[in-house]
Write a protein that binds this ligand. Structure first.
Ligand code: SF4
Length: 152
């Protein structure tokens, strides 16, 4: 079980490193409900490795499966790469565990599109909802929105 999570982490953190829009500044979220953590517009340290990853955030894809085939993208369906997908609960648990251990200051979450945009966006939002409302997590979240989901 742990080995499978580790394997998913390797695949989905590696796939996420190509997204360079990684910055942990710009948001303030005060801890007011005895939850865990604060985020500030400043004071959050973000360090970039030489290959572009921001190491203070858990930077992952929910999945690198994708129904589309954008030529520039490493997750395009025609690309012959290892595929994986986290469950919603796996992302929540990883984020909380890493945050408590002080490995990260926040979560950067994006995703390939599996099934359709609605299905994928629902799962991304469920991660955020569980972190904020069930875990009282007040740390930083950078959530990429999926183009094309229904607005209602
Ligand atoms: S839809 Fe997004 S994840 Fe899928 S191939 Fe295009 S850029 Fe990559």
């Amino acid at each position: 079980m742990l080995d499978r999570i580790r394997e998913k982490l390797n695949i989905l953190a590696d796939a996420a490193k190509y997204d360079v829009s990684c910055s942990s500044s710009g948001g303030t979220r005060k801890n007011t409900n005895k939850g865990l953590g604060d985020s500030h517009t400043s004071g959050i340290c973000h360090t970039y490795t030489e290959d572009g990853r921001c190491v203070s955030l858990l930077k992952i894809l929910l999945t690198n499966h994708c129904i589309y085939d954008c030529l520039f993208c490493v997750s395009r369906k025609s690309n012959d790469v290892k595929r994986a997908a986290f469950t919603v609960d796996e992302v929540v648990e990883l984020t909380m565990n890493f945050y408590r251990r002080n490995y990260i200051e926040g979560l950067f979450l994006s995703s390939g599109i599996f099934k359709n945009a609605d299905f994928t966006m629902e799962r991304l939002l469920l991660v955020v909802k569980k972190l904020r409302l069930e875990q009282n997590y007040n740390g930083y979240i950078h959530l990429k929105t999926i183009p094309g989901p229904a607005m209602n």
